[in-house]
Write a protein that binds this ligand. Structure first.
Ligand code: ADP
Length: 478
């Protein structure tokens, strides 16, 4: 079976969040099960070195204002189809944002081009390679099934995976013709969404199946609080919606071999984790304390609930704990975390920015990771936490609810707890969860039993890749 993935990011080449991790890992897991995946992504500057090395498999004479081509390369264990279109992607800085911090003004064209090129590959294949199924990911790839649908040509079935429904790709209706969409596409059962064009809505309305990145998120999406305006459509499409939990790339994220740790370790050599803790303390200017070292590795946005953590800092510090934060995003939150580190010198350390190696060190060197998200489609950092024996403290929502077993009395008695959950999602309950974690940390045998159990959890892709595989096969059989 051959599957074409279409997405705007793919680790390790280009990453702004969890989407990239998934696009970089799931194809490899599918390949292990015998499914042949190629990933179409734009050739941003970070990928141009790669593009030079591969043959051209498709030429598009006018792709939204310029000539483009698709180059096929094999790198990092992935078959990548690079969409080379300098007029759209040859820009330095963030792939979504211009230097002013605002969306690139032509983002609608940049990602429509990705969808359009993906549709061409869906029709004609790439050098004899014809996809049986197309899997589009998030709003940036959402228009692809619209291009298939309006053509009237025979095309493969499409799966749309929702990694985060909060980002919908909304654009002015006057762009319809510029996006090469036929007038009939501006309809409630296609791209129209309250008078605008929504890339995500197009994908959800016109694809054959919809996958959400965790079973709990798939349920939550049917409700007004989480569906973000698309809950009605998703309720109509309920029988085509499935929740499949994300996994992680257990080769890249492996405490036994991770090159970003100062010492590698396993569940059998947990003492060696301490050298990483000392390194985190040094890098974040933290004193050695009696309580646990908590970390945060996150985008700083209201979704992630870190404003609630700011309210809990006096309590966290009073418990004898410390905190290392790596994050970037919302300017006000960045300032507040910087101020918090000045208010609690040696106890709260903050690094603002995006730093992949440091994110690995934090997973390796911390005792626990805090993820108080208001909503979380799946979340990957709690899975990295489990794998590195860094116990997750999480809000009970979405994929966080599906992957962490709370250390309540029953779970402790049954020896199955792997972290700490809190609900309802507010600062008081977060503070209580932090206090519960600190209390167990003071019982070293209970803590290390939990750490070892966490490290044994199956966080790889095996089961979920099999679920994707089964979904693709059911579509081909239809
Ligand atoms: P989201 O996709 O909503 O940002 P996820 O938990 O699914 O959240 O994935 C986030 C990914 O981005 C993880 O791989 C995490 O380690 C990484 N990440 C987030 N913030 C940073 C940062 N400041 N520096 C390095 N990596 C980060």
């Amino acid at each position: 079976m051959k599957v074409l993935f279409v997405a705007s990011e793919c680790a390790p080449f280009i990453k702004t969040g969890g989407l990239a991790d998934v696009i970089g890992a799931l194809p490899k897991a599918l390949a292990a099960a015998g499914t042949d995946v190629k990933v179409l992504i734009p050739a941003y500057p970070a990928l141009q070195g790669l593009a030079g090395g591969g043959p051209t498999v498709k030429v598009l004479d006018d792709l939204f204002g310029g000539k483009a081509e698709v180059r096929a390369v094999h790198a990092e264990g992935l078959d990548v189809l690079l969409l080379v279109a300098p007029h759209l992607y040859d820009r330095n800085g963030n792939i979504y944002l211009g230097p002013d911090g605002q969306d690139w003004p032509d983002n609608h064209l940049r990602f429509a081009a990705l969808c359009y090129a993906g549709a061409e590959l869906a029709f004609d294949g790439a050098d004899g390679w014809m996809p049986d199924v197309v899997n589009v990911h998030d709003w940036q790839a959402g228009l692809l099934p619209a291009y298939l649908s309006q053509s009237g040509r025979t095309s493969p079935p499409v799966v749309m995976t929702i990694h985060n429904i909060a980002f919908q790709g909304l654009f002015d209706a006057s762009e319809l013709a510029n996006l090469r969409l036929k007038a009939e596409m501006f309809a409630a059962d296609a791209v129209e969404y309250y008078g605008k064009i929504s890339f995500l809505k197009a994908g959800l309305a016109l694809s054959d199946r919809i996958a959400a990145v965790s079973p709990s998120y798939a349920c939550e999406l049917l409700t007004p609080g989480f569906g973000m305006g698309l809950e009605g459509l998703l309720r109509e499409r309920r029988s085509d919606l499935i929740g499949i939990l994300n996994g992680i790339d257990i080769a890249t994220w492996d405490p036994e071999s991770d090159p970003h740790l100062v010492e590698n370790y396993s569940a059998r050599s947990l003492r060696r984790k301490r050298a990483n803790k000392r390194e985190v303390e040094a890098r974040f200017g933290l004193q050695r304390r009696d309580g646990p070292l908590f970390c945060v590795v996150s985008r700083l946005t209201s979704q992630k609930g870190l404003d609630m953590l700011l309210d809990c800092l006096p309590g966290l510090v009073a418990e004898g704990a410390s905190l290392a934060v790596l994050g970037s995003g919302d300017g006000a939150l960045e300032r507040q975390f910087a101020e918090a580190s000045s208010r609690h010198p040696g106890q709260v350390g903050v690094t603002l920015g995006y730093d992949e190696p440091l994110s690995h060190l934090l997973q390796g060197g911390s005792d626990a990771i805090l993820i108080p998200s208001r909503f979380e489609p799946c979340g990957l950092t709690q899975l990295y936490g489990l794998r590195y024996g860094t116990l997750p403290v999480v809000a009970r929502t979405g994929g966080l609810a599906d992957t962490i077993i709370d250390a309540n009395e029953a779970a402790l008695a049954a020896a199955c707890a792997t972290g700490f959950q809190f609900a309802p999602i507010n600062a008081t309950m977060l503070e209580q969860a932090i206090a519960r974690a600190c209390a167990i940390y003071r019982r070293p045998r209970s803590w290390s039993a939990m750490v070892r159990r966490a490290m044994r959890q199956p966080v790889g892709w095996d089961a979920s890749a099999a679920a994707y595989d089964a979904m693709y096969r059911s579509l081909i059989a239809d």
